[in-house]
Design a protein around this ligand. Structure first.
Ligand code: MG
Length: 394
């Protein structure tokens, strides 16, 4: 097997797909799209793109087989592609795709002593890692899930994430429409006001009935004490989990909330490695982790989730905005886990971008349908290239 095909080329692509309504819903008071196409959400003071923007990575082996990866490109995608084209791509030319975990560790080592062990640098590694796993699977003719230790689930329960609508009535109607199609778990994004969050859960509970699972993303908006008080007010409406109450760096606050509320706390969409998860796990800040494949890549994702299992924590992966390749990787990984009851379904991004992919991946009747075939079981369709913004290669 010494002639196993080596990696000969790494390419990166920035894709920008226009959308009519920005991610998270229509523009609010005082919100506008700037010259670079970004908008700042007043509710959580975070910047978002007005298009679906993402970075694709293509890794080619010497026999011509191609692996596809994807990572976050929603803001400053050139930061990620520069790291791939200038640093990471050239380093992995000549490597054996069977060494995918070793390659991920090697790339992480390149910059760690300079303090680059998160952010754009690890996003870039994540995209390459996903592409090499896809390539590895294709070269062996096996689905990635089988290479991750084995497949437990054939389909994965999905929760509906985000109920975009200008009014509460529209949001409840949207949830009821999903319910009629077999979905029964829903998460809404915290409204601007304190009263709005409690009121929205009350109205959703009344509209969706006692069996529905309801969750709220608190978008890092609160101090620990504010969050504890708020969750107390949500208790009559039986939340399944509450998410991200405090600022991402507030390890003490996260632990304090986790210790003082009676609802499972879900955290982790912004953490990229075991080193970012470990201190929160040791403090038992959360009982559900939400790793984001677009930030972690497959190799780190599996390590994080196996570590969570040792802490008796569940995994309900985050579904970030992409065209669907890192989403497919997330389904492969999740299907291999013993501790994942469901996966986020970011319908406003997932549904509309499926048309730009060749895959059998889907989400219907409350569950994800796994992609099929070797590797990740997903390829960019020809139609995606109309949205190509920039291409480069190493
Ligand atoms: Mg979130």
């Amino acid at each position: 097997m010494s002639d196993f095909p080596k990696i000969i080329r790494v390419e990166s692509f920035i894709i920008s797909i226009p959308r009519q309504t920005p991610y998270l819903g229509p523009l609010g008071p005082g919100e506008f799209i700037n010259d670079r196409g970004y908008l700042v959400r007043r509710g959580n003071r975070s910047i978002y793109p007005s298009t679906d923007m993402t970075v694709l990575i293509k890794v080619t082996a010497e026999d011509g087989t191609v692996g596809w990866g994807e990572t976050y490109g929603i803001i400053a995608p050139n930061a990620v592609t520069s790291i791939i084209d200038d640093v990471l791509g050239p380093v992995i030319v000549g490597r054996d795709p069977r060494d995918v975990v070793v390659i991920q560790e090697d790339l992480y080592d390149l910059m760690r002593v300079r303090g680059f062990f998160g952010g754009f640098y690890v996003d870039a590694i994540a995209g390459i890692d996903i592409a090499i796993w896809d390539l590895f699977g294709k070269l062996l003719g096996q689905p990635v899930v089988k290479l991750l230790g084995g497949q437990r689930a054939l389909s994965l329960p999905a929760y509906v994430s985000g109920l975009p609508g200008s009014t509460l009535e529209q949001r409840v109607a949207l949830a009821q429409d999903f319910q009629a199609r077999g979905f029964n778990a829903f998460k809404y994004h915290s409204a601007v006001s304190f009263d709005g969050i409690v009121n929205e859960m009350r109205v959703l509970r009344e509209g969706l009935g006692p069996a529905a699972e309801l969750m709220v993303d608190l978008h890092w908006k609160f101090t620990a004490q504010e969050a504890i008080q708020l969750v107390e007010q949500l208790m009559p409406y039986r939340p399944y989990f509450v998410e991200a109450p405090c600022q991402p760096e507030d390890i003490e606050g996260q632990a304090h909330v986790g210790a003082h509320i009676k609802v499972p706390l879900a955290l982790g969409e912004e953490w990229r490695t075991v080193y970012e998860y470990r201190p929160r796990m040791e403090r038992r800040s959360m009982s559900i982790i939400q790793p984001e494949m677009g930030h972690t890549g497959l190799s780190q994702f599996m390590q994080i989730c196996r570590m969570a299992n040792a802490f008796h924590m569940k995994v309900i992966p985050h579904a970030g905005p992409g065209i669907g390749i890192f989403q497919a990787a997330s389904l492969h990984a999740t299907a291999a886990l013993p501790n994942s009851p469901m996966h986020e379904y970011q319908h406003s991004v997932f549904d509309r971008n499926l048309q730009y992919l060749n895959t059998r991946m889907d989400c219907q009747a409350g569950a994800f349908v796994m992609p099929q075939g070797p590797g990740l079981g997903i390829e960019p369709a020809e139609s995606i290239w109309q949205f190509l913004k920039e291409k480069s290669a190493s």
